[in-house]
Ligand binder design. Sequence first.
Ligand SMILES: Cc1ncc(COP(=O)(O)O)c(C=O)c1O
Length: 391
Amino acid sequence: MNFKQANRLENLHTSGTRVIMGKCIELESQGIEVTKLTLGEPDFNTPEYIVEACKKSLDAAQTRYTDGSGIPELKKAVCEKLEAENNLHYTPEEVTITTGVAQGMFLGILSTLNEGDEILIPDPVYLTYSEIPNIAGAVIKRYNLLEENNYQIDVDEVRSKITDKTKMLVIVSPSNPTGGVLDLESLEALADIAKENDLLILSDEIYDRFVYDDDQELISIASLPGMKERTIVLNGFSKSMAMTGWRLGYLCAPVNIIEPINRLSFYMTAGTTTFVQHAGVVGLREEDGSIQRMRDEFKKRRDYLVKEINQLRNFRCNNPEGAFYIFMNIKKTGMTSEEFCNYAIDKYRLALIPGSAFGEKGEGYARLSYASSMEVLEKAVSILKEMDKEF
Ligand SMILES: Cc1ncc(COP(=O)(O)O)c(C=O)c1O
C-alpha cells in the first residue's frame, strides 16, 4: 500500500531525547551499566494506600464506563485539594478528569486554537508544548526563561512577542526542564499581559507539590484577580503521587471553556479508567505521609547535587526551587548540549538529556533528573568530577 501519514502530522516530530534514550537501551541490552539521570519519573513506588484502594475498587467491580468527564467523587476531591493547597476555587463542573496531563495538554490546545492562531510557550520547556500546537496548525512563538534571570520572565520581551493573532500563553511552573518557579512579580506581569491582550493562559502545575524552600510559595496564576476566567489549569497524579503509569490527571477551567473540552475528551477516551479514578479519590483524601517523605528526599538530593556541581570548574547550576530537575550549564566545555551528552554516555556511561531538546535557549545546558537514588547521584557526581578534569 502506498501509505502516507495525514498532513496534520507533518510537523509532529519524534522527541529530541530519543538518541540518548536509544543509547541507554542499546548499552543496557549488552549488559553495560548506565548511570541514568534522564527520567522525569519519581523512583518511588506508588504509595501502598493508593494501590490498596485500586485493588478494593476492582474487587467492588468498579469496572464500567463512567461519565466522560470523570466520576463525581474525584472531581469533588480535586476541588478540595485545589482549595486547600492552591487557593483555587473550582466547582466539580469546572473539572475534567484526564488520562494524564498529557491528555490535558491536547485538550487545552486543540479545543481552543485555530489555524494561524499564535501560542506563546516558554523557551526552554517540556517538549510536548512545542509539538501539539502544530497539529492545530497554530504558530508557536517563544518567550525566554534564562538562567541569568533565575528563569523568571522578561516582561518587555514577552510583550514584544504578542501580536493581534496571539491567543494563548503557556506557563509551566515549577518548570521542566529548569526547575525554576515563577515568582509573584512574573505571574502578575503575565496576568496583566493576558488581560490587556485578551489571552488564554494554559498553566501546567504538575510539579506543584515539589517546591522545596520555605520562603518559596507556589502560586497558581488562576488564583490572581480576574484570571480564573481565562486560565486552563492542568495538574495530575504522575509526579506528586508517583503514579506515572496510572495515567491520571485533571484539567480545570470555567464552564464556557470546559464545555468544548469535555466534548472533545469524550470522543478521545470516553473517560479515564474507572478503578484508577477511585484510587485517585483515596490518593487525594487519605494522605499517609509518603508525599512529604518523597518531597524531603528530593530536597536532600537537590541540595547535594547543587553543592557538588557548583564546586566544579566547568559546570554550574542555579538552585532550582521546584520539580526534580537541574539544568546544568555546560558552556565552558565548548561543546554543544548534544555533543556533551553523547560524549558523557559514550565515554562515561552517564545519561543526561541535552538542554537543546527543550528549545533554542536550552543550548549549552544538560538536564539532570534527581528522581534517582542517592547511590546513582553519587556515581553521577564522581563521573562529573572526572569529566571536569578534561576541559
Ligand atoms: C511539565 C509536564 N507536563 C506534563 C507531563 C506529562 O504528565 P502525565 O504523566 O500526567 O501525562 C510532564 C511529564 O514529564 C511534564 O514534565
